[in-house]
Design a protein around this ligand. Structure first.
Ligand SMILES: O=C([O-])CC(=O)C(=O)O
Ligand SMILES: [Mg+2]
Length: 231
């Protein structure tokens, strides 16, 4: 997969409100994708991540899980393989192919942490939410369920293009996530988006200070008129 030098994250990955800054940059560039929390929501409010994607795609398995289990069928999960191909700081992105049972839980989260994975985005379900939150691994998912995906899914692709919330994620694209949702930055646009985020952050900080210090709201409207979308 294509990779930027990890130092590319140094200047902007910790900016406050990062998904909003990235979403604005992607909007201006007409590129990438932004997914709100109806698609994938964080398990806890303080979760945030910024890093390159490694990807896994599942499909549903036909037939009854109990029959597969009784027949001694293998569990065809791919999360451990995904973590094995990840470099420290990567974001594990899992496309569950519409399957609604849980493809990861507390054990998987611990495995991800041990591998140095920075966070997980699951278009599908997770379980053991308390254990995941307690582990400190940032995780976004479409929903949660106690029901395991074992014998209900089969891993079919590792580090291939996947579909998250109807939008493509390619290995090496950057995933930015926080309480607002996630953004998908195409690999080649990461430097441009980083630069735009820094500029926008400076502008917003100045505007925030102007608003906080204002004593006359009419004057504030006049002073900030050029920053308004419509007047
Ligand atoms: O065991 C599973 O299938 C998923 C799970 O609960 C875990 O990773 O802890
Ligand atoms: Mg578990």
């Amino acid at each position: 997969m294509p990779r930027h030098d990890p130092s590319i994250l140094e200047t902007w990955a910790d900016l406050p409100g990062l998904t909003a800054l990235v979403a604005d940059a992607l909007d201006e560039l007409g590129a990438g994708a932004v997914l709100g929390t109806r698609a994938v929501a964080p398990l806890a409010p303080n979760m945030r991540v910024c890093g390159p994607a490694v990807t896994l795609r599942y499909v549903g398995v036909q037939g009854e899980p109990g029959i597969h289990r009784a027949a001694g069928a293998s569990v065809l999960a791919g999360d451990r393989d995904l973590y094995a191909v990840a470099s420290p700081g990567d974001v594990a992105v899992v496309d569950c192919g519409g399957v609604t049972s849980a493809v990861m839980g507390g054990l998987s989260a611990q495995w991800a942490l041990t591998a140095g994975v920075a966070g997980c985005v699951v278009d599908g379900a997770v379980r053991d939410a308390t254990a995941i939150v307690d582990s400190g691994l940032p995780v976004w998912s479409r929903h949660r369920t106690p029901l395991a995906a074992r014998h209900r899914v089969e891993a079919i692709a590792l580090n291939d293009v996947v579909n998250i919330g109807g939008r493509p994620v390619r290995p090496g694209d950057h995933i930015v996530g926080d309480l607002d949702g996630i953004c998908i930055i195409p690999h080649q646009l990461v430097p441009t988006v980083a630069e735009r985020c820094l500029t926008a952050h400076d502008r917003e900080e100045r505007l925030m200070a102007t608003i906080a210090d204002a004593t006359d709201l009419d004057e504030l409207v006049r002073a900030t008129r050029s920053t308004r979308v419509a007047d």
